[in-house]
Design a protein around this ligand. Structure first.
Ligand code: ZN
Length: 128
């Protein structure tokens, strides 16, 4: 088991961790890589890493669709929006790898999705 520390600097942010994951893969190994977060207000996803505006648009859409303050929310921390976004993105992803390289598509990157920063997050990583 390996772990990756990720530091966010804003409340909501998509932080690419593809290179941190790649560098922890076994040399020339084949298998699957599982990434998992134990947090309830961030998530993991795979999406485009070519045009940075994609990250912007994903965050804008989520923010507009799921406002932080919504009539009827009861959770005392006032971060129910972050909990909902975390569940939508998911807390784990699985990526196959071959010869020590992630089998991501040409335009794909792995992102930690911060929804309640700024803070430090941990992503657990296991390979089989
Ligand atoms: Zn909360």
């Amino acid at each position: 088991m390996d772990s990756i520390k990720v530091r966010s600097s804003q409340r909501e942010e998509l932080i690419e961790i593809t290179s941190e994951v790649s560098r922890r893969l076994p040399d020339n190994g084949d298998g699957i890589c599982v990434l998992f977060t134990q947090h309830t207000t961030c998530g993991l996803t795979i999406n485009e890493n070519a045009d940075p505006e994609v990250k912007h648009d994903i965050l804008l859409f989520l923010k507009n669709t799921i406002p932080q303050y919504y009539e009827g929310f009861k959770h005392f921390e006032h971060n129910s929006d972050a909990h909902i976004k975390s569940s939508l993105m998911g807390s784990s992803i699985t990526v196959p790898f071959a010869q020590g390289k992630l089998l991501l598509g040409r335009w794909q990157g792995i992102y930690l999705c911060e929804f309640d920063g700024a803070r430090e997050r941990t992503v657990l990583m296991t390979v089989r």
